[in-house]
Design a protein around this ligand. Sequence first.
Ligand SMILES: Nc1ncnc2c1ncn2[C@@H]1O[C@H](COP(=O)(O)OP(=O)(O)O)[C@@H](O)[C@H]1O
Ligand SMILES: [Mg+2]
Length: 229
Amino acid sequence: MAQPRRSWPLVSNLNPRSSISEAYKILRTNIDFSNYDNAVHTIMITSCSMAEGKSTTAANLAVTYGQTNRNVLVIDADMRKPSQHHAFQISNRYGLSSVLSKQSTIQEALQLTSISNVTVMTSGPIPPNPSELLASKRMTSLIEELKADFDIIIVDTPPIIAITDAQIMANKCDGVILVVDSGKVKNEIALKAKSMLDHVQARILGVVLNKKKRVRNDDYYYYYGEREK
Ligand SMILES: Nc1ncnc2c1ncn2[C@@H]1O[C@H](COP(=O)(O)OP(=O)(O)O)[C@@H](O)[C@H]1O
Ligand SMILES: [Mg+2]
């Protein structure tokens, strides 16, 4: 999908009628269609490497879900390079790391945003042991608790290839979207990411081809994968 100028991380909110916002809505609709059995409650967003557009996709997808009056939560599970507090312009004092290390309550770490129906749990202060925190039983029970309060939970993660965090989280989420920077990532690397997701039995909902250069009249292109499992 083509997109956001740097100053427009939440283009779906600022300019909901743009073709870019339309692309995020199509992504949402396709996820909904692949979710005919209502099994996808938690959606993880990852990519092969950094700066491919994971966080931008997570935030804009959340905004478009909010526009359908569903109660959405974004969890910033990228506790290495967190960014959702920047995207939504909120504090990062309390968040996932502080809840998991019992330095704050869940309620303290849930922040309403200026966007309708969108709540964010930011990363919290960067911890020394993100993988251990994500792998903890507390993380599993946290997701279960939050599922009771939110219609859709979107989980932003670090890149999958070099860091184990996304594989750990994939195992705790119902579906995964792989964001691929179309100008940067080679096929074999994307296939490696897919096999790493398969290895943890993740359900790959689709692949977003991001930062595609505009050709023809369309503003975006993405390929939406077959339902895997
Ligand atoms: N479709 C796109 N077109 C152009 N720039 C994009 C697009 N998606 C994201 N970006 C930009 O790429 C940079 C990295 O995006 P980000 O979402 O932070 O990546 P990640 O979370 O994968 O590290 C940001 O400056 C963002 O604005
Ligand atoms: Mg990011």
